[in-house]
Design a protein around this ligand. Structure first.
Ligand code: GDP
Ligand code: IMO
Ligand code: MG
Length: 427
């Protein structure tokens, strides 16, 4: 089995961490290819619950080599906080590899993320405030700091000087904030150099050589299709490519070596932060989903906005990513409802749209066209095969499968690893 990619098919928090963990035992490498510590993945193993942000979820599986790819932006303080917390719980983290070409998040970018959001006021994005956007902006602007720069002090100093000439002007003159000294930034970054040295390598070479040997590589996306900077609901997106194309650019593995793309989709929809969300609920049904699904952000603790399943975005995600299989998560959360509406298309100013409207302003006032299915009252968390599900739950899965553009190969019926129904094996 060559490379498999896992991507979020909605606005994030679909359960990618659990899906990665499920596949963990069948793979040799798990690679994070985009984003940084804006991600939050909860993985439940037995009675233990882990919240991961910067580290790939595969770090929890013994035998797996976890890799932070070149497409990631790395907060080094967070990296060591997470590693220490896992080591204290007995997790072996010694195999972690870090790309020499990944960019690092400097203090000034964390600060700029926060002040920019405040400056934007009602036009804010609702970012996680972790410095993600400004760090990717520096990368594209060619003033970023990369992991490899930490091993050459004079190069690092020169790059920080160049970046701060601009940043300090911006912080002082536009945002009325104190700037940073070159010394403070350089000292902070250099303080991690010895500790990261054993992890740093050419991860693209490492992964391609592993594939040459017939080993299996799992590429784990952070965020999701509708948060992708190119294909998402711009500008209410993150600043990286969270779609399957990003798995190639963010890891150095070419598209011809990826043979499976697994889209993770929740049985309903959630979103954190600002931006359009056609099926969003503001009534007691939304509150029911939020409460039953424990929809609070893993990273910021913010309540997640909740709404019904949206097949238009699922079809879009299937197309943009080339989804070969879907994992339908949190089906258990829908239990207890009398009826479950599913959005099959949008009405935009009286015109039916079966596909995502090309103009963002149309998407902002798209009204969902619903088909309503009967609910079920049974607790389905004990189901282990499709036949164990109540007839109405089976019908719901079949219905969303037909209109979402790919097979529902795995169904989540609870947060734990074994609370899963496997219809088609993913490995
Ligand atoms: P990620 O960012 O895509 O990895 O998702 P998060 O971890 O942020 O959010 C998903 C949440 O749902 C986590 O708390 C998981 O433990 C939980 N979860 C995952 N799959 C299921 C499922 O099938 N049923 C239920 N009830 N919870 C699930
Ligand atoms: P996982 O990997 C949900 C959202 C933020 C904000 C926007 C931009 O757990 O699915 P950023 O800090 O990235 O510049 O914020 O993107 N966002 C997420 N929403 N899940 C995530 O990650 C997210 N990562 C970023 O809320 O709206
Ligand atoms: Mg999450």
């Amino acid at each position: 089995m060559p490379a498999i990619t896992i991507i979020g098919a909605q606005w994030g928090d679909e359960g990618k961490g659990k899906a990665t963990d499920l596949l963990g035992e069948h793979v040799d490498y798990v690679v994070k290819f985009n984003g940084g510590n804006n991600a939050g993945h909860t993985v439940v193993i037995g009675k233990e619950k882990y919240a991961l942000h910067l580290l790939p979820s595969g770090i929890l599986t013994p035998g797996v080599t976890p890799v932070i790819g070149n497409g990631v932006v790395v907060d080094l303080a967070v990296l060591f906080e997470e590693l220490t917390a896992l080591e204290e719980r007995g997790v072996d983290t010694s195999k972690l590899k870090l790309s020499a070409s990944a960019h690092v998040i400097a203090d000034y970018n964390r600060q700029l993320d926060k002040v920019t959001e405040r400056f934007l006021g009602s036009r804010k994005i609702g970012t996680t405030g972790r410095g993600i956007g400004p760090t990717y902006a520096d990368k594209v602007n060619r003033i970023g700091i990369r992991v490899q720069d930490l091993f050459d002090e004079s190069i690092l100093r020169g790059k920080v000087e160049g970046a701060l000439e601009l940043k300090n002007q911006l912080l002082g003159k536009v945002y009325n904030r104190r700037g940073f000294t070159v010394e403070a930034i350089v000292d902070d970054l250099l303080s991690y150099a010895d500790r990261i040295a054993p992890m740093v390598c050419d991860t693209g070479l490492l992964l391609n050589q592993a594939l040459d040997r017939g080993e299996t590589v799992l590429l784990e996306g952070g965020q999701a299709t509708l948060l992708d900077v190119d294909h998402g609901t711009y500008p209410f997106v993150t600043s990286s490519n969270a779609t399957s194309g990003g798995a190639c650019t963010g890891s150095g593995i070419p598209p011809t070596r990826i043979d499976r793309v697994v889209g993770i989709v929740k049985a309903y929809t959630t979103r954190v932060g600002e931006g359009p969300f056609p099926t969003e609920l503001f009534d007691e049904s939304g509150a029911y989903l939020a409460q039953n699904g424990h929809e609070f952000g893993t990273t910021t603790g913010r309540p997640r906005r909740c709404g019904w399943y949206d097949a238009v975005i699922a079809r879009y995600a299937a197309r943009v990513n080339g989804v070969t299989d879907f994992v339908l998560t949190k089906l258990d959360v829908l239990g207890g409802l009398d009826e479950i509406p599913v959005c099959v298309a949008y009405d935009v100013d009286g015109v039916r749209h079966d596909e995502m409207p090309v103009n963002q302003s149309d998407f902002h006032h798209a009204k969902p066209i619903y088909e309503t299915l009967p609910g079920w009252k049974e607790d389905i968390s004990g189901a282990r095969s499709f036949g164990d599900l109540p007839a109405n739950a089976q019908a719901y899965v079949k219905f969303v499968e037909e209109i979402s553009g790919g097979p529902m190969s795995v169904i989540g019926v609870g947060p734990a690893r074994d609370e899963t129904v496997i219809i088609n094996s993913l490995t």
